[in-house]
Design a protein around this ligand. Structure first.
Ligand code: PLP
Length: 426
């Protein structure tokens, strides 16, 4: 029998767990009714022993799969040595992690934080400070230009410049200082940037919006606009970065080097939240003692896990897998356009697919996929996101796409049957 941590009766059935979660946590999520007990590579097993392919990979936080042996091994070793010191003291992992991550990104410094939202918040603070201290923007006049349909996290400031009513409504008053322009429109971006613009903050591919890839040349144009106006180009690579799109950073697809990378998710190896603001000394050097911090940011365990992630990425193996298998995934998904899918977007092992809304909602498709042993997540309406761990095999990819194909066929069949019934009844 499974021993429940912290005592109390073990919860071994999905129904029990659903009931407990429903009554004991606020309903800020709408999870699929699957209760996972174990994970390995691209696979998870639920409390009743059913196996599923994980095609969400914790929104890319599990790029290296569940329980990657190198990451687990390094974490286990560190857990027995030292887990936390706070930043009041130094420890033997911090400097090395920061140096190794900075080198991977081709930058000079790393500010370690925990969650993605914290990395973005920290990046915004750094950008404002840089605008006042270095660029010479008058006090409290700095603005940051962002894109519509963005997703950067859930804090008050980050939702202040969200365009998603669901994310914003009921949480005002909002933080001022942000200008929102349409994503992918370089002319609109150029028009919004002025002398007081501290930074332009963009996702190289918008994940939550539906895996929206901007027009070719957009990131390069954003880079150029920032350079010309003396503003920082901040790339939120929290979901796109660290291998997902077939390169270490998605900005590389356009040969763009931003001034600031915001990283998170996969940096924690699927174990602990590890995020970072990565930039040169000319940018991160604006912070002084007392101006910013985090109790857990840059902890020994976070740094050890982060170092292992950097080491895995240095091999280039995961980027290569994402690139090569991504071609196969997109080929297979594109073949379903017209057969239940309306559109397929994305890059590498990352796809946003639009289901024919006449067939089903994204949620319905996810529920049916779950019945066939594949876990995926709808984003909104009829859009689904597929993001398997980068350790997924070609065979596993095919298995998941076969399941999707079957679901679409079944839905089409059911639609035709009910249509015929209605005709006969009429
Ligand atoms: C692009 C991007 N930025 C920031 C975040 C926020 O990360 P976290 O949920 O770790 O705060 C996310 C999360 O999905 C994201 O996709």
């Amino acid at each position: 029998m499974t021993k429940t941590p912290g005592g109390g009766p073990p919860r071994t059935s999905t129904a029990d767990i659903v009931e407990l979660v429903e009554t004991r946590t606020p309903h800020n999520y709408h999870p699929l009714p699957v209760a996972i007990a174990e994970g390995n590579g691209a696979w998870v097993t639920d409390v009743e022993g059913r196996r599923y392919l994980d095609f969400l990979a914790a929104y890319s936080a599990l790029n290296f799969g569940h329980c990657h042996p190198d990451i687990i091994g390094a974490a286990e070793h560190q857990l027995r040595r030292l887990t936390l010191t706070s930043r009041a003291f130094l420890h033997d992992q911090l400097g090395t992690f920061c140096a190794e991550l900075a080198e991977l990104a081709g930058m000079e410094m790393v500010l370690p934080m925990n969650t993605g939202a914290e990395a973005v918040e920290s990046g915004l603070k750094v950008a404002r400070k840089w605008a006042y201290d270095v660029k010479g923007v008058p006090p409290d006049q700095a603005n940051v230009v962002v894109a519509a349909e963005n997703f950067h996290g859930r804090t008050i400031t980050l939702i202040s410049f969200s365009t998603d009513p669901l994310a914003r409504r009921g949480f005002g008053p909002y933080t001022p200082g942000f200008r929102i322009v349409p994503y992918g429109d370089a002319a609109a971006l150029e028009a919004a940037v002025d002398d007081d613009t501290a930074a332009v903050l963009l996702e190289p591919i918008q994940g939550e919006a539906g895996v929206i890839v901007p027009p070719v040349g957009y990131l390069a144009a954003a880079r150029k606009i920032c350079s010309q106006r003396g503003s920082l180009f901040m790339a939120d690579e929290i979901q796109t970065g660290l291998g997902r799109t077939g390169t270490t950073f998605a900005c590389e697809h356009e040969g763009v080097r931003p001034d600031v990378y915001l990283l998170g998710k996969a940096l924690g190896g699927g174990i602990v939240p590890v995020s970072a603001v990565v930039a040169d000394r000319s940018v991160l050097g604006v912070l002084h003692p007392g101006e910013h911090g985090s109790t857990f940011g840059g902890s020994p365990i976070a740094c050890t896990v982060g170092r292992t992630v950097v080491a895995l990425l240095r091999t280039g193996e995961y980027q290569k897998r994402a690139k090569e298998l991504g071609v196969h995934l997109h080929e297979r998904l594109s073949a379903l356009v017209g057969g239940g899918l309306v559109e397929v977007r994305g890059r590498g092992l990352w796809a946003g697919i639009d289901i024919d809304p006449a067939l089903a909602t994204g949620r319905e498709v996810c529920e049916r996929l779950m019945q066939k042993g594949v876990l995926a997540k709808d984003i909104h309406g009829s859009t689904l996101r597929l993001a398997p761990p980068l350790v997924v095999t070609m065979q596993e990819l095919d298995q998941a796409v076969d399941a999707l194909e079957q679901v679409l066929l079944e839905l089409d069949l059911e639609r035709n049957v009910s249509r015929r019934r209605r005709l006969t009844a009429g």
